[in-house]
Ligand binder design. Structure first.
Ligand SMILES: Nc1ncnc2c1ncn2[C@@H]1O[C@H](COP(=O)(O)OP(=O)(O)OP(=O)(O)O)[C@@H](O)[C@H]1O
Ligand SMILES: O=C(O)[C@H](O)[C@@H](O)[C@H](O)[C@H](O)CO
Length: 171
């Protein structure tokens, strides 16, 4: 499973809360960026597809390994484009449920401006929304509103997992 969405949509916080409920490993995509990507974002420069493919491949491989050991794994990754989501699934070699953390730009802007992040500049929020391709109904996605608190959102996601494909071996 991967918590996806624009910067500050809550991927790290909500993904970790979901992982706690599932007693699953949590892998935050932030930690898989090479230094060059972090430097670009720190300087307010949006990443390109070329910047993202190796990052996505590394994260997908780590998720595959984690799920192989624990049965299920939870990741956090912006996965802004459909092509990225398809690539993550291909490289993981297993079905991935994308949990789309859906919120409007002004609500998220308040959040990104109120936090300190290792490298993500608030200046990049507009480019994140410009790049975002909202998931289509034919994708393996669960969309959730992020208006409620983190723990409420996480509980709602876990409650709905019963009938959905998650990142689990043998699905
Ligand atoms: N549902 C929520 N309600 C209120 N605040 C939230 C919610 N989700 C996240 N936040 C807050 O918004 C900020 C961004 O959250 P978080 O870092 O988890 O987002 P992210 O999508 O992982 O960001 P990035 O992609 O830049 O790493 C944090 O300060 C977090 O506490
Ligand atoms: O796809 C991207 O443009 C980047 O992954 C960003 O989304 C950051 O990694 C993430 O927001 C963490 O700060």
């Amino acid at each position: 499973m991967i918590a996806m969405g624009v910067s500050s949509s809550g991927k790290s916080a909500t993904g970790a809360a979901i992982a706690r409920r599932l007693h699953a490993p949590f892998l935050d995509g932030d930690g898989y960026h090479p230094p060059a990507n972090k430097e670009k974002m720190r300087n307010g420069i949006p990443l390109t597809d070329e910047d993202r493919w190796p990052w996505l491949e590394t994260l997908a491989g780590a998720l595959h390994e984690a799920a192989a050991q624990k049965g299920v794994a939870v990741g956090a990754c912006s996965a802004l484009k459909r092509a990225y989501r398809d690539y993550l699934t291909e490289k993981a070699g297993e079905p991935i449920l994308f949990v789309f953390l859906d919120g409007d730009i002004e609500m998220i802007r308040k959040r990104i401006e109120a936090r300190n992040h290792e490298f993500m500049s608030p200046k990049l929020l507009d480019s994140q929304f410009a790049t975002l391709e909202r998931p289509s109904p034919d994708e393996n996605v669960l969309a959730v509103s992020i208006e409620e608190p983190i723990e409420t959102v996480a509980s709602k996601v876990v409650k709905q997992l019963g009938h959905l494909k998650v990142f689990k071996r043998g699905q």
